[in-house]
Design a protein around this ligand. Structure first.
Ligand code: ATP
Ligand code: MG
Length: 428
């Protein structure tokens, strides 16, 4: 009986060697850029107590209601059922901030992470169930400087990757003082229109009316057309905060557009919210980065009120865009030199050459085998090595070696003492 071969689970993917250079590039550029503007790395567990998401993200949000992978490794033990695979990074970082008493660290605390998140979504183009994000969180600064820093550092990562035609969509969703007044206006507007919106939105009307604005369904987008605009309802404090954030963006030539329908999916946001996408994606179907301010989350998860702001970029979506824009990652160095040897004396000398080259941080492949020269050369070619160093019994006795350029198939005989310098010179 033939069995179907196993497949990766729905909504997950294997990153095969040919795609690794893209992944490396995104992670390297993110790391260098973020550390360069003052963020420190933090790694956290891939699962947490589900409560931090229920409370932090809001139990009416899509992520908590529909997308969380709850863990129940042992149904008899009830404590296992309270874990969830992390659907996003922020709540875990906040948990860690509280657990490790980071409020006593020098403020603001600036952290970044890169890692996998898990959401039980309907898989489709650019939408996975295991997705990778690079993100930052800034704690302890209520001023627009940190809103700017969050936006600017995401922008800088994407710019240094070489991405073009990007735009930041920004909005302010106010605070607990001004937002309720706006929500009352919004509900009043929607009251007559409820028959025209999707079932999800009918529920949102009751539970999370702000999210009526960002439903991606066409029927619902049409109804948002004349909805009241939140920027008109902001209190003075929120208006000034947002205004100053935008002034920073202007000053640093960050291309942004206001989008009054941008509200973000999670309950924890207040004030500035933003997403980054490409200019022709005005409906924000392929957003590559999202973030905003969440001044209430630390308090919600158990510590005294602490202002905070952050973002998360989707690495799969960044890579897709890099490919669409024809941006190539740098090739990996791979094997630079293969040492091919014949005979016992040659093996001894080859080991010395191997040690010298690797001390110089040159990538060397050397196996002291008894294969013939032809076979060893085939191996070197398969490995795409740039150079072969060939040491036979005769060369070993005379302290010499043959340096062969495997791309041009030219070679020269060199005294062993010049070998390493010559390889270094050619590789540079
Ligand atoms: P979307 O509106 O596309 O569902 P989101 O608002 O749920 O995005 P965030 O929670 O803000 O997304 O996550 C930040 C970024 O992570 C997104 O802008 C996107 O690039 C990426 N992302 C989110 N969900 C997925 C997914 N299922 N697969 C791949 N990338 C994703
Ligand atoms: Mg989503």
């Amino acid at each position: 009986m033939s069995q179907q071969p196993y497949q990766a689970p729905r909504g997950t993917k294997d990153v095969l060697p040919e795609n690794q250079p893209y992944w490396q590039m995104v992670q390297d550029v993110s790391r260098k850029t973020l550390e360069g503007v003052g963020f420190q790395k933090i790694d956290l567990p891939h699962f947490e107590n589900a409560d931090i998401y229920n409370r932090g993200l809001g139990d009416q949000t899509d992520i908590v209601q529909k997308e969380m992978f709850l863990l129940q490794s042992s149904p008899e033990k009830s404590e296992d059922s309270s874990y969830a695979l992390r659907p996003e990074g922020t709540a875990g970082v906040v948990r860690s901030y509280i657990q490790h008493g980071m409020s006593s660290w020098s403020q603001p605390v600036r952290l970044y992470y890169i890692g996998a998140m898990f959401r039980r979504e309907r898989p489709q183009k650019g939408r996975y169930r295991e997705l990778y994000q690079a993100g930052v969180e800034i704690f302890g600064d209520a001023s627009p400087k940190s809103d700017y820093l969050a936006i600017m550092s995401a922008w800088e990562v994407l710019k240094r990757l070489g991405l073009k035609n990007l735009v930041v969509f920004a909005n302010s969703i106010g605070c607990s003082k001004c937002r309720p007044k706006y929500l009352a206006k919004l509900k009043k507007y929607y009251k007559e229109l409820l028959a025209n919106v999707c079932e999800d939105c009918q529920q949102r009307y009751e539970q999370n009316p702000l999210r009526l604005l960002d439903c991606k369904r066409e029927q619902c987008q049409n109804t948002t057309e004349n909805a009241p605009i939140i920027l008109d309802s902001l209190c003075n404090e929120c208006r000034n905060h947002f205004q100053q954030t935008l002034e920073y963006l202007d000053y640093f030539d960050i291309h942004y557009d206001l989008d009054p329908k941008l509200v973000r999916g999670l309950d924890y946001y207040n004030n500035t919210v933003f997403e980054i996408t490409v200019e022709n994606d005005r409906n924000r179907q392929n957003t590559i980065c999202g973030g905003g301010r969440y001044d209430g989350l630390v308090e919600m998860l158990g510590e005294t009120s602490t202002p905070a702001v952050g973002f998360a970029c989707g690495i799969e979506r960044i890579i897709r865009l890099l490919k669409e824009q024809g941006i190539k990652p740098p090739a990996s160095r791979g094997v630079e030199v293969c040492i091919l040897q014949l005979g016992e004396k040659a093996k001894e000398v080859s080991k010395e050459v191997y040690d010298q080259l690797s001390r110089e941080d040159i990538n060397v492949y050397f196996v002291p085998c008894n294969d013939g020269l032809r076979q060893q050369l085939q191996t070197a070619n398969k490995l795409n090595a740039r150079y072969a160093i060939i040491i036979g019994q005769r060369e070993a006795m005379k302290n010499e070696a043959i340096l062969r350029d495997l791309s041009g198939s030219t070679q020269e005989l060199l005294p062993s003492k010049f070998l390493v310098e010559e390889v270094k010179r050619r590789l540079s």
